[in-house]
Design a protein around this ligand. Structure first.
Ligand code: NAP
Length: 220
């Protein structure tokens, strides 16, 4: 499959590397065609790894994954424009985090809006599915990094797109379909993005490392 990854950070690197290892063709996009981190990634990931601008990476992908800094994702996507993303599934992994100088963070917007919704509003002909934003990137690509059953939350307005994404998460990374919890339409991105302040507390405090996850236990 041809996959466009928007983002040259640790998430783009982790997803891109795993997808190339799985036999996919991946283009990592950036603001510039010659981004240093993207080129470093491509030279270590092998012949199926390519680099381009955000726009060219989006045009390349049959599926596009957005993993830019969440307060800048709209800017990155606006530089692409609607056509390269028309009718495609866009998996939005980003969280709109704003970090303070002391290492603490807040969400730049939340509660009555979310990044997932902003993207879907701006790109009405793109099938936006919010997914993977509630786990660390090592866990995204290797769920067995955390023992036992644990869950991913996905949401979006297009039911068929969510089913397709759940299948990709299984095939690409090994997430069990039963552990992919559909939490509803794209407004549910408010909830999954708002899990980040809690995730950060666990990471910086009670757990102390990023290799953990949430699990929903159902009663009857
Ligand atoms: N780290 C994790 O394990 C994890 C887990 C879940 C979700 N997330 C979310 O995933 C996203 C990516 O995280 P990350 O740590 O890999 O990368 P990051 O450092 O948050 O973002 C890097 C990307 O953002 C782009 N960017 C920065 N400023 C920009 C601007 N003004 N306009 C357009 N693009 C801009 C950069 O573009 P250039 O390539 O041009 O520099 C780069 O591609 C974040 O939203 C994060 O909250 C991270």
């Amino acid at each position: 499959m041809k996959i466009g990854i928007l983002g040259t950070g640790m998430v783009g690197n982790a997803l891109g590397t795993k997808l190339v290892q799985g036999g996919h063709e991946v283009t990592m996009g950036s603001r510039t065609a010659n981004n240093e981190s993207a080129q470093k990634w491509a030279s270590s990931a092998g012949a199926r790894a390519h680099t381009a601008t955000f726009r060219d990476a989006a045009s390349f992908g049959e599926v596009v994954i957005s993993c830019t800094g969440g307060m800048h994702s709209m800017e990155a996507l606006q530089s692409i424009g609607p056509e390269p993303l028309r009718n495609k599934i866009l998996i939005d992994v980003s969280n709109p985090l704003q970090f303070n100088n002391d290492g603490s963070m807040v969400l730049g917007f939340c509660n009555t809006d979310s990044l997932g919704e902003q993207i879907q509003r701006a790109f009405p002909f793109t099938r936006v599915v919010k997914a993977l934003n509630t786990v660390n990137c090592d866990v995204m690509v290797k769920p067995s990094r955390v023992p036992g059953d644990h869950d991913l939350f996905i949401c979006g307005n297009d039911a068929a797109a969510k089913k397709e994404v759940a299948k990709y998460l299984n095939e690409w990374f090994g997430w069990k379909i039963d552990n992919v919890v559909d939490v509803g339409d794209i407004t549910a991105a408010r909830a999954t993005e708002m899990m980040m302040p809690f995730w950060m507390r666990l990471f910086q405090g009670a757990i102390g490392h990023p290799h953990f996850n949430y699990h929903i236990v159902r009663g009857n």
